[in-house]
Design a protein around this ligand. Structure first.
Ligand code: MN
Ligand code: MN
Length: 458
């Protein structure tokens, strides 16, 4: 298939491409965890005139075409609805991205002292190459919840004046045996311990450094060691998104899988005109660990919001199943960008390329397409029509060479409702590494593509 550079096509509107990228960089520099994404989305939604669906339901208010509502759950997942002029039973247009990313979570009992150093135990989240997460500056994000009902929110290490943390690496001088190990064993999970302090508390004999750190936590955040059990704290790469390359054509940032798709999915719905079909943006949690839990895509929460919307529209809630099966969805998740350093994992005619626009995966999965949602041909044809009419650059591909590995998204979970779903998103270099890279023009094409999908009402 012929590949056309989206940069050439957008030459006349390059200012817009870079302006969208600036807005995206501000978003992804601030929203590094699912909680931060949801808080940001709620604030933006309210400012754009969205009402809380829980309040609408509680007050027994009615919804009509043009109304905008959001539903957030446990602060980690959110759905935004814009009610269309068509009967919702004809189906909705959905775009679903995930807002969790690989990172190093703190264990429930994290803090200890070893040789006058305060250390923190971590347990990695999602699929990572462990050796990539050592010897780099990490920030501490998350919440600590106390028994008296307080929630302390942290994002320490982002301000240049903040301290940073990190997991140490072995000096090359003594690494002879380490260098002989296979890559999966060079740094093992239990070795991902972060160093967090070294000054002992005065007049303390035992664990004086650990006690000094606890005193600091008490003084600055009002929390005790026991409160760390009821915390969700995580170490992730410190610092903002940066321009990448002499020509600043790319973005380097943490967590672009999948916030580079969450951003256009949000932006496309926040300021849209009243659509024909009801439009929904879904930002889900826990995709990197199988979409499980109360805030993952397998939770009934999404379905329950559909029921609440139907009720507020004066519909029988039994209509939810039909409305869902007649819906269509873009499962908005990143795909791989062809990397000249690793050509052997790609099949050049069927892989994603940076700078070519929105990348579709008709299916993902592994081996014989195992575990994948394989979008039907009729639906792919409809998507082609929508994007061609809107003059959006895109390509339909697969993840990599057959039998080399594979991946999953949220598409096979929403496909269970019987709706049409296809995976599509921005091609990424360094996926799941601490710093991932995307092309600014692909973010732009993805935004244009998502807008066109929402606007399509036939
Ligand atoms: Mn993803
Ligand atoms: Mn991923």
């Amino acid at each position: 298939m012929e590949k056309n550079s989206a940069w050439k096509k957008r030459a006349a509107e390059i200012g817009n491409v870079f302006a969208v990228a600036e807005d995206y960089k501000a978003f992804i520099s601030r929203c590094k965890t699912e909680r931060e994404c949801v808080a940001w989305a709620v604030a933006e939604a309210k400012a754009a005139g969205f009402r809380d669906l829980a309040e609408v339901t509680e007050k027994g208010e009615a919804l009509k075409a043009g109304d905008k509502v959001y539903a957030a759950h446990h602060g980690k997942t959110i759905m935004l609805y814009v009610i269309g002029t068509d009967d919702i039973e004809k189906g909705m247009n959905l775009i679903g991205a995930h807002i969790d990313s690989p990172r190093l979570d703190l264990k429930p009992n994290p803090l200890y002292e070893d040789t006058d150093l305060a250390m923190i135990e971590t347990h990695y989240y999602g699929g990572i190459k462990k050796y990539q997460w050592v010897a780099l500056p990490l920030a501490l994000h998350g919440v600590i919840c106390t028994k008296d009902g307080r929630t302390v929110t942290l994002a320490l290490g982002e301000d240049p004046k903040d301290p940073v943390f990190g997991v140490s690496d072995l000096l090359i001088h003594l690494a002879q045996k380490q260098m002989e190990k296979s890559a999966s064993l060079v740094v093992e999970g239990e070795d991902l311990n972060a160093m967090v302090g070294s000054i002992p508390l005065a007049d303390e004999e035992k664990e004086a450094v650990k006690k000094a750190i606890l005193a600091k936590l008490k003084e600055e955040y009002g929390v005790e060691e026991a409160d760390l059990v009821s915390a969700e704290l995580t170490f992730l790469p410190a610092g903002p998104a940066r321009d990448y390359g002499f020509d600043r054509s790319m973005v380097m940032a943490y967590g672009q899988d999948d916030k580079v798709c969450a951003y256009p999915a949000l932006r496309a719905i926040l300021h849209m005109d009243t659509p024909k079909r009801t439009c929904v943006t879904v930002l889900s949690d826990k995709e990197e660990v199988g979409s499980i839990g109360a805030t993952g895509m397998q939770s009934r929460f999404f379905e329950n919001t559909v029921t609440d919307v139907l009720r507020a529209l004066g519909k029988d809630t039994a209509a939810a199943a039909g409305a869902l099966s007649r819906s269509r969805m873009l499962s908005a998740d990143v795909t791989v960008a062809f990397d000249p350093n690793y050509p052997e994992v790609m099949e050049k005619k069927n892989c994603g390329y940076a700078g070519m626009g929105l990348g579709f995966n008709k299916y993902v999965g592994a081996r014989g397409k195992s575990g994948s949602n394989d979008a039907r041909a009729e639906y792919v044809a409809l998507i082609r029509r929508i994007l061609d009419e809107a003059d959006v650059s895109y390509a339909v591909n697969e993840l990599g060479r057959v039998d080399l590995g594979g991946g999953g998204t949220i598409s096979h979970f929403t496909a269970e409702y019987g709706m049409d779903v296809i995976d599509c998103g921005v091609p990424v270099f360094n996926m799941h590494a601490p710093w991932e890279i995307t092309s600014k023009v692909d973010i732009y094409e993805t935004l244009k593509g998502y807008e066109a999908f929402f606007a399509y009402g036939e």
